[in-house]
Design a protein around this ligand. Structure first.
Ligand SMILES: [Zn+2]
Length: 248
C-alpha cells in the first residue's frame, strides 16, 4: 500500500536538523528551494522598491551577514533586502532571501535590535519553516513523487516545486507560521545574537516594541499578524536568554 510505503520511506528519509534538534523529513531539496526563492525574489523585486547602495541597505547587509555566519544552516547564501515601505514587517522566503521594510527598520535604534529581527528570520530559514509550509501544501503529491522515484531507483527529483507559479509560492511564503515555529525562530534568533556577539536583549526590546504598538491600537501591523503572541514571547525569550548564556 502506498501509505505504508510512504511511512517507511519517510522514516528512511529523515535527516537531522541542528537548528531544530530533530530528525526531519524534508522532501524539497536545497536546490529546489533556492530555485523557488529566485522566482519569488523576482516577483517581489517587480512589486516593491528594494533599496540598493544606500547607507541603510549597507547596514542591513552588514548586520545580516554577521548573524548569518553563525546560523545552523550554511548550505544557502543569505541575502538581505530593504524594501521602501511604511509596513512594520520583516519576512523570509525560501532559499535565504530575507526582507526588511523601512517602516520597521527606521523604528529600531540599535544594531542589536536589527540583528534580533534578522536572527529571528534567519531562524525561520535554518529551521526550514517556509519549506515545511510548502511541503504541507504540496503534501501528498510531492510525497507520492518521492515514493515513485525511490521505487523506480531514480534520483529523488521531486517534480518542479516552482511549477506552482511564483504567485502561489509567494502566497504560501507569506502565510502565517504556527505558534511553535515563532517560538523556535525566537529561540534560534537569541542563539545567533549571542554567538555573533550582539546583545541578546535586542530580542526582548523588539518583542516589547511590537507589544506596545499592538496596545497602541495603531492596527494593521503586519509583523504582529504574522508574528503574534508578543507578550508570551517576551516571557519565553527571557527564559531562552538564560539558557543560551549558560550553554554557549
Ligand atoms: Zn516569525
Amino acid at each position: 500500500m502506498l501509505t505504508c510505503g510512504l511511512l517507511l520511506v519517510a522514516a528512511g528519509c529523515a535527516t537531522y536538523n541542528s537548528a531544530t534538534g530533530r530528525n526531519e523529513v524534508i522532501f524539497i531539496s536545497t536546490s529546489q528551494e533556492v530555485s523557488a526563492g529566485h522566482q519569488i525574489h523576482g516577483e517581489l523585486s517587480k512589486k516593491h522598491k528594494i533599496l540598493k547602495g544606500t547607507d541603510e541597505a549597507a547596514r542591513l547587509e552588514r548586520i545580516g551577514q554577521k548573524v548569518a555566519r553563525v546560523s545552523d544552516r550554511q548550505d544557502i547564501e543569505y541575502q538581505f533586502n530593504l524594501i521602501e515601505s511604511d509596513e512594520i514587517n520583516a519576512f523570509t522566503v525560501p532559499g535565504g532571501h530575507i526582507y526588511f521594510y523601512t517602516g520597521l527598520f527606521r523604528q529600531l535604534n540599535t544594531d542589536d535590535q536589527i540583528a534580533a529581527v534578522l536572527g529571528h528570520e534567519i531562524g525561520h530559514s535554518a529551521a526550514k519553516h517556509v519549506v515545511k509550509k510548502f511541503q504541507a501544501a504540496l503534501g501528498y503529491n510531492v510525497a507520492r513523487n518521492v515514493v515513485v522515484n525511490l521505487l523506480a531507483l531514480k534520483a529523488p527529483g521531486l517534480g518542479n516545486v516552482a511549477g506552482m507559479g511564483a504567485d502561489g509560492l509567494m502566497t504560501l511564503a507569506s502565510s502565517s507560521y504556527g505558534r511553535q515555529d515563532e517560538y523556535e525562530a525566537d529561540r534560534l534568533g537569541i542563539k545567533y545574537l549571542h554567538l555573533s556577539g550582539y546583545d541578546v536583549n535586542g530580542m526582548i526590546q523588539i518583542l516589547t516594541l511590537l507589544q506596545a504598538q499592538d496596545k497602541g491600537g495603531k492596527g494593521g501591523l503586519v509583523f504582529l499578524r504574522t508574528h503574534p503572541f508578543a507578550k508570551d514571547r517576551v516571557v519565553a525569550a527571557q527564559k531562552t536568554i538564560d539558557e543560551v548564556k549558560k550553554k554557549y
